[in-house]
Write a protein that binds this ligand. Structure first.
Ligand code: COA
Length: 142
């Protein structure tokens, strides 16, 4: 059973630790608090039943930008990432993100949720790796 809910202030230390375990930089406690203060930030955590993952997004005028998503290594492959991403996209009419070209798991998750390739930013990351741009729009209703 996966429960997705908004990130509360009390979650910040545990989410910061989880982000570090996921090798996601820039998501320490103060950064999470700063994001939470933005009215357009959507910060969610998943419990399964312990804290299993988090997602950070901006949603402005129903357009979502996925900033980060991380699932605890021991909780991966069980739908936690998908539940978080679907919750982050709820109500959005469009979404976009960038992902490291070599991040197979994240690319598979995004494709599974309906994101498609929308371009490449060559040498985007500090270590020279390319970023793939991916875009999403809601599935057409039948
Ligand atoms: C990317 C990540 C969030 C996926 O989380 P997860 O909970 O394991 O993903 P899910 O179990 O919800 O998988 C969803 C889909 O993604 C695909 N997928 C996930 N991990 C995969 C992997 N390692 N290899 C291939 N496909 C994979 C599966 O096809 C799955 O589809 P299914 O529902 O049909 O089985 C997780 O691997 C992670 O935290 N990685 C480190 C942090 C990171 O790189 N974040 C992205 C950049 S911010």
């Amino acid at each position: 059973m996966i429960r997705v809910r908004p990130l509360a202030p009390a979650d910040e230390p545990a989410v910061a630790a989880l982000a570090a375990r996921c090798e996601l930089s820039g998501w320490d406690g103060p950064a999470l608090a700063a994001e939470r203060a933005r009215p357009f930030a959507r910060l969610l955590v998943a419990e399964a039943p312990a804290l299993a993952g988090f997602v950070a997004a901006w949603v402005i005028d129903a357009e979502a930008e996925i900033l980060a998503i991380g699932v605890a290594p021991e909780a991966r492959g069980r739908g936690v990432g998908r539940a978080l991403l679907e919750a982050a996209l709820e109500g959005a009419r469009a979404a976009h993100l960038e992902v490291r070209a070599t991040n197979t798991a994240a690319r598979a998750l995004y494709a599974r949720c309906g994101f498609v390739g929308a371009g490449v930013r060559r040498g985007y990351y500090a270590d020279g790796e390319d970023a793939l741009l991916m875009a999403w729009s809601p599935p057409a209703s039948p």
